[in-house]
Design a protein around this ligand. Sequence first.
Ligand code: NAI
Length: 348
Amino acid sequence: MHLLDAMTREGFEEVVALHDRGSGLRGWIAIHDTSAGPAFGGIRRFAYRSEAEAMMDCLRLSRAMTDKCQLARLPAGGGKVVLLDEPDVDWDRAYTALGRRVEAMGGRFYTGPDVGTGQRELASVVCETRFATDPGPKGPGELEGCTAEGVFRGMEAALQHLDGKLDWPTQKVVVQGLGAVGRMLAKRLAEQGTHVVGSDVDTDRLEAVVAELGIEGLDSTEVLHHPCDVLAPCAMGGLIHDLTLERLNTRVVAGAANNVLARTLHGDRLHDLGVLYVPDFVINSGALIRGTVFHLEGHRESVSAIGTRVGTMVGEVLEEASRLDAAPTRVARRLARQRLKELRDPAE
Ligand code: NAI
């Protein structure tokens, strides 16, 4: 693995190898680009098979954050922390040490929650740095609500794009994953009279949300091929790959989960099959917008304003994709990279 070559290829600014003697913490911080403003990216803690795999994930995720910031036209760039979830790490001390490291970067990088790092862990980080998302009342708050509203408004934009009109009571939406975001999304949809079908591998949660919202429940093995207008992946990534693609029975795929497509070419295949895929990094940016505006501009942008922003962004990407007859994921990525290039080389 040639780290410097990988950095040069994609224009990374900085990669930090982390080791804290006191806690046993090991991991990476990657800062991809700060041309538009400080880098933003959460803390992923995961049991990687090797440090090289962790490093590559860190590079990939921070690169993707730059695209996300560019598409949302935020004065920010992409960064990420990846921690190796290894035995014998003293995690309270580890997150405190990480907080000190982030503080030492002086505001060049802001961090927050991600897979494996929730409120408890963040509470230790924010003890040591101003540059992390405070999970308490002093923080941006309502992050999941912003993500859910963005997904809802992005779905509206997708259906408008396809049908030229919006009529929720005639639409059926399958929500995969009724966790923080999925539950709020299901609620928002049900309030519009949409036929909502929810699914979760956690059957207690499924039962509770179905009873609370009065929606239909579905076994998690049925989600992919259940006939619907919109499939909303709100659980985990990698859902759409060679084996699942042909089984889909939906007009639109639009949800909060990151990296729903196993590979970009699966987006091309969906496009060929006539399924509209709304790129995850466009539609799930509600929490990022809320956090970035809070840290850089000092106020909490309203949930509805964030929803409007995301809906507009989705509409723009889908328009451009139609014009070019290309998969929206490719078009979105091209747009983001074009904007980044203009920022980096304004004279060109
Ligand atoms: P969460 O952990 O609260 O909820 C995920 C839910 O999915 C859980 O209830 C889990 O039991 C369920 N689940 C897992 N595998 C499943 C499967 N195969 N079928 C059905 N259900 C399954 O997570 P949260 O915060 O709601 O996020 C959902 C997704 O959106 C995640 O992929 C996350 O990375 C992504 N995301 C979340 C953001 C946020 O603001 N929370 C922002 C951007 C992306």
